[in-house]
Design a protein around this ligand. Structure first.
Ligand code: ADP
Length: 617
């Protein structure tokens, strides 16, 4: 019994196809049938030749059974068995075992049908046609030359043989069909089960997807909130520090203050990078194209990098194609960010030698050019292997070698995303220990046909930047442009330190400044006094800036129904500006605010008769 089970297991093992299992069933059954067949043959006593054929058949079946299981992948054994059975065994048996009067025609029919079950349709058709010809041939030969047929001894033997053939063939087909039905049912059950499993898996995946999406949403909100929270204190730190730089005469303290200023700006840049990254990740990053002057942008980059390069004793060179159009139309802020990222990296990752930036252009059509900026350094370079990962988020190459160089691995990711968003391209050419060249190509609209000329010459002519240190440039920025002693302004912010920062930043304008630390306090002031301008924080407890603005407009005295109100807030999210303008603010300043921006904004909004300009007295 154990043996039988093991044999059955072997013949129906998992890796076999249904067709192969079927071949096993047929050959196995044929073998089983052969044994009683042999006994019957001996009992009824056919000729010696008949007996030999029966023995030969048993051997052939056993051999093919062996082949089928030895080479389960091969289509040849099934083809072999059908061909041998139909073309050799059955016709020979026809003549040796009693011809048409016995069960031979039933066997030949069986051979023909199982051909269709076992082999490809093309071969099955061919063998069936041959079968048909063979059967016809056998019947006709028997008709005309009955002496070639070895008939059984009695009519009773012939009837018994026919009966046996009928029973065996019925049993074999019965088993085949049963087996096929069983296999298909099993397969269908497995399919149903795996279908169910897949459905469950899909449901689980959907759930995971929803959870991931909400986690990513939560991450974006968290990053945005965190950046807001960090910007608020940086605002205070940088604002106070600026006051120290402006007013302090002590050289040592000025040095400390300058360090605070540079560290503060570094921190701010980091927060901005994280904010940009989260905006890009959530698909909320938008471009804001404007008309801009290329020279001014190049000059900004030059001023910002010049001192850093000088501190590391690196030569910093700016070259350009003088034929680039002077005025372009595109997202100036993001293009500057791209160039600055590349330049900052070039300086960061270069110990000695030079950093060179070159501006070129290619004409696309009458109205568009491709701005090509390449930043070349003689720094540590990047191996070919590592160049592949350069633009992956948070990926810092060669962490060990660069461990003393600060960075988050976000700069190039953001740079690449911005370049993609603008329909541009970025590429890198680098040789380890020799240096790198990063090249960006960004399509830009031409705003004016005039050309930029040679940057270095213009710089020298104007005596700007190159002749000036970073500190001197800052001093120039800080210069008070106006006073407005008759102007009244109200600043609203729940953080006392921020109120002080704004007050101190505007000290030299001599304006009359009131400070309110809540929406309620603000409403008390606006009920009694008319202001020329109100600077309003957004996020405040109890009553936020937007509600306060709406209430100011509805106050009974109507003193400030028309007063321009500027949103002064750390909310730097996408769409913030539009939202504030829609709510009724006239302008928007993002914290930490620079005194120059603040003064510019105030200058634009104050009534002209209250402004006393320094230049024209
Ligand atoms: P990080 O904040 O680390 O500088 P980036 O995304 O700007 O992040 O750069 C990713 C990595 O690419 C850096 O950590 C550095 O290994 C490598 N890299 C970028 N620019 C240069 C360069 N000019 N020379 C050598 N390596 C560079």
């Amino acid at each position: 019994m154990e043996h039988l089970k093991r044999i059955a297991k072997y013949f129906f093992r998992e890796e076999l196809t249904i067709r192969h299992k079927l071949v096993n069933v047929i050959l196995g059954s044929a073998l089983l049938v052969q044994i009683p067949g042999l006994i019957v043959t001996i009992v009824v006593g056919t000729s010696m030749a008949g007996l030999l054929v029966q023995v030969l058949m048993t051997c052939i079946i056993a051999f093919i059974l062996y082949l089928v299981n030895k080479f389960p992948e091969s289509p040849i054994p099934p083809l072999l068995i059908t061909t041998i059975a139909n073309i050799i065994i059955f016709p020979v048996m026809y003549f040796l075992c009693g011809g048409a009067r016995t069960g031979m025609i039933i066997w030949m029919l069986f051979g023909s049908i199982f051909t269709w079950l076992l082999i490809d349709i093309k071969w099955a058709v061919i063998i069936s046609v041959i079968n048909f010809v063979m059967l016809n041939g056998c019947l006709r030969i028997e008709e005309h030359y009955p002496q070639y047929v070895q008939y059984l001894d009695t009519r009773n033997d012939e009837i018994m043989d026919t009966g046996m053939a009928f029973i065996f063939v019925t049993v074999i087909f019965g088993m085949i069909f049963k087996f096929q039905t069983y296999s298909y049912e099993k397969q269908a059950r497995t399919l149903r089960e795996s279908d169910e499993e897949l459905r469950k898996l899909n449901e689980d995946l959907e759930e995971v997807n929803i959870r991931l999406a909400s986690a990513s949403e939560a991450k974006t909100t968290f990053l945005a909130n965190m950046s807001h929270e960090i910007r608020t204190p940086i605002n205070a730190v940088l604002g106070m520090d600026e006051m120290i730089i402006r007013e302090c005469q002590d050289k040592q303290i000025l040095e400390y203050a300058n360090d605070i200023d540079s560290a503060g700006h570094q921190l701010l840049a980091l927060v901005n990078d994280i904010l940009d990254f989260s905006k890009i990740e959530s698909g909320k990053m938008e471009l804001h194209p404007v008309e801009y002057e290329l020279f001014s942008m190049m000059n900004d980059c030059y001023n910002m990098i010049f001192m850093r390069a000088k501190r590391k004793e690196l030569e910093f060179i700016v070259e350009n194609d003088p034929e680039i159009p002077a005025f372009l139309y595109g997202d100036e802020v993001r293009i500057r960010q791209i160039i600055m990222n590349l330049l900052t990296n070039a300086v960061k990752y270069t110990k000695d030698g030079q950093v060179k930036v070159r501006f070129d252009h290619e004409v696309i059509d009458d109205e568009h050019i491709r701005l090509i900026v390449s930043v070349k350094d003689s720094g540590i370079g990047i191996s070919e292997e590592n160049q592949k990962y350069l633009f992956d988020s948070f990926k810092r190459i060669d962490e060990k070698a660069n461990r003393n160089i600060e960075g988050t691995g976000l700069g190039l990711t953001i740079t690449k995303k911005f370049t993609d968003m603008m329909g541009g391209q970025i590429r890198v050419d680098s040789v380890l220990y020799e240096g790198s060249t990063f090249t960006v190509e960004i399509p830009q609209k031409v705003a004016d046909k005039g050309t930029i000329g040679n940057f270095a010459e213009r710089l020298n002519r104007r005596g700007e930047g190159g002749g000036k240190s970073e500190k001197e440039a800052k001093e120039a920025e800080k210069r008070d442009k106006f006073t407005a002693p008759r102007a009244r302004i109200l600043v609203v912010d729940d953080v006392k330190m921020n109120l002080n920062v704004v007050r101190l930043l505007l000290k030299n304008t001599e304006m009359q400044i009131d400070l309110a630390s809540s929406g309620d306090e603000c409403l008390k002031y606006t009920l009694m006094k008319r202001y020329d301008l109100i600077l309003m924080d957004h996020m405040m407890p109890v009553m936020d800036g937007i509600e306060a603005l709406h209430k100011i407009r509805e106050q009974a005295t109507g003193l400030n129904a028309e007063t321009p109100v500027v949103a002064l807030t750390a909310n730097a999210l996408v769409g913030a500006q539009e939202m504030y303008l829609e709510e009724g603010f006239v302008s928007y300043l993002s914290k930490p605010v620079k005194s120059a921006d603040l003064e510019d904004c105030i200058l634009k909004l104050l009534p002209e008769d209250k402004i006393v300009r320094e230049n024209n007295g």
